[in-house]
Design a protein around this ligand. Structure first.
Ligand code: 6GU
Length: 244
């Protein structure tokens, strides 16, 4: 998979060199490109924002640098054979986007290329998404009902959720199956987990987990998952497996 990030703060993406994403790059599963939007801002001040048409507070990102950036990354108008195909998606992180969920992560893990267009200020001129959607799929995605200062942190969070689903990425694929929001957990939160020692600071691991009785353990875990979901996320109950 190829992952591209366009941003006015390329330094935000230093963590991509670390941890699991960095390992996936080393393993050849991932190819990452980080681009400074200002490289496509051609006026003397290399400005990327302007006041909102119609008035109002804050600044809006100008369409021209974004248009240049997307043309370049998608090979539009260039005399190259850069592929523009249906397996590319431009992702615009935005608090006004559709909610990013585990099922969104699964869908995006099937693409050959994702381009994250990270906006700052009050967002990107709406014509940029319209323009990009004439060439490739475009999705405006939100992490949840709160406001971040820009799309960078959201793009990193989405990246981690997507990349860990790629084949060959997680050491033990079974660990993807039983976690919160996985299909096999039927939209339940994951049950509490324990490791050794069996007794720690006066607190004991639940006895059933020491019993070796697999059916009883499975029943206990399901019960715990249901209880936890009822307490913390009642909104998830009654949903089908892949909607969470
Ligand atoms: Cl994707 N972007 C911004 N700026 N704020 C957010 C968000 C995204 N998701 C939740 N809040």
């Amino acid at each position: 998979m190829k992952l591209d990030y366009v941003t006015i703060f390329p330094a935000y993406f230093a963590p991509l060199d670390l941890s699991l994403v960095g390992k996936a790059v080393e393993a050849g599963i991932l190819n990452v490109g980080v681009y400074d939007l200002r490289d496509w801002a051609y006026d003397v001040h290399r400005s990327v924002d302007d006041t909102p048409m119609g008035g109002g507070a804050g600044m809006v990102m100008k369409p021209e640098p974004w248009g240049q950036a997307l043309d370049c990354l998608l090979g539009i108008g260039a005399d190259t054979d850069t592929e523009v195909n249906g397996r590319t998606c431009v992702i615009i992180p935005s608090p006004s986007g559709e909610l990013f969920s585990q099922s969104t992560a699964r869908e995006l893990a099937d693409y050959a290329r994702l381009i994250f267009a990270c906006g700052r200020y009050e967002g990107i001129d709406a014509r940029v998404a319209q323009y990009a959607s004439s060439a490739v799929e475009v999705r405006e995605l939100s992490l949840g009902d709160y406001v971040l200062n820009g799309g960078e942190v959201a793009a990193l969070a989405m990246t981690e959720a997507i990349v860990r689903l790629l084949p060959g990425f997680v050491g033990n694929p079974d660990s993807l199956e039983e976690e919160s929001h996985s299909e096999s957990m039927g939209s339940l939160l994951e049950y509490p987990v324990y490791t050794k020692p069996a007794s720690w600071r006066g607190m004991d691991v639940p006895e059933v987990l020491l019993s070796g009785h697999h059916a009883k353990i499975a029943a206990w875990r399901l019960n715990q998952a249901e209880e936890l979901t009822r307490m913390r996320r009642p909104d998830l109950l009654g949903r089908s497996g892949d909607s969470a």
